[in-house]
Design a protein around this ligand. Structure first.
Ligand code: PMT
Length: 221
């Protein structure tokens, strides 16, 4: 029973982890399954939006009526997001972009010779911050924050620093919330503070709620 609140709107969703290679057989990444982002893409399409889903490596089917672009590294996700950005009305950043990547990628498999190994990591580009800078007046930027403590403080900090309109914060240390599982527990914030706190629910149900909330914002409600 979906209300077609996003007819004529173009929505970009990022989902999944990024993978940052170290050598041909090893990488740095995180536990994102893509479930939250894919559920959002599906809900947005059901609400009538034209949806582009930019995803890291996940094993999920593409939701119906969704254009999907697969990427591996943060750098590629950045390029695809910035290319799609000018056409978009809503940008939802549910991907868990790796914050760091190996400074040097080895082209041959690293050999097990030393007792200790130091890998130097460098920051990846912050895609949300770049989107926040380029964002046009009519575009709504919705970020996510994955925290394990002081959720509100960190979430509001990210919202302001990255120029987001809304941020969806999940305490990923809480049972029933965060990476990999089928449920989530989130609170949505804007510049003013709490917009809505959701109880534990399936990521699919939550996605429908979040898309409704985004639709309301878009229509100035
Ligand atoms: O994929 P699932 O298994 O369903 O799990 C869902 C989830 C826990 C991954 C999701 O609900 C979530 O919280 N996604 C954001 C995870 C994250 O990376 O949060 P963050 O607090 O590190 O980043 C804050 C925001 O900046 C995010 O919108 C992120 O996409 C963005 N970011 C971060 C780093 C970076 N280099 N570029 C970014 O754009």
């Amino acid at each position: 029973n979906h209300v077609k609140t996003l007819i004529g709107k173009k929505v970009l969703v990022t989902a999944g982890p990024t993978i940052e290679p170290l050598d041909p057989v090893r990488y740095f990444s995180n536990y994102s399954s893509g479930k939250m982002g894919f559920a959002l893409a599906e809900a947005a399409a059901l609400a009538g939006a034209e949806v582009t889903l930019i995803s890291g490596p996940v094993s999920l089917p593409t939701p119906p009526q969704v254009r999907r672009i697969d990427i591996v590294q943060a750098e590629e996700m950045k390029e695809e997001v910035l290319q799609a950005l000018p056409q978009m009305d809503v940008i939802i950043k549910s991907a868990a972009v790796a914050d760091y990547r190996p400074q040097k990628i080895y082209h041959q498999k690293m050999k097990k010779v030393q007792e200790e190994l130091t890998v130097i990591l460098e920051k990846t580009p912050d895609i949300a911050t770049e989107v926040g800078k380029r964002k046009l007046a009519h575009q709504l930027l919705v970020g996510f924050a994955a925290e394990t403590q002081d959720v509100e403080t960190y979430a509001l900090g990210k919202l302001k620093k990255k120029g987001m309109d809304l941020i969806v914060a999940n305490n990923v240390a809480e049972p029933g919330a965060g990476f990999g599982i089928d449920t989530n527990i989130v609170t949505v914030y804007d510049q003013e503070g709490v917009v809505k706190a959701f109880p534990k629910m399936s990521k699919k149900e939550l996605a429908v709620e979040l898309i409704t909330l985004i639709g309301d914002r878009l229509h100035g409600k």
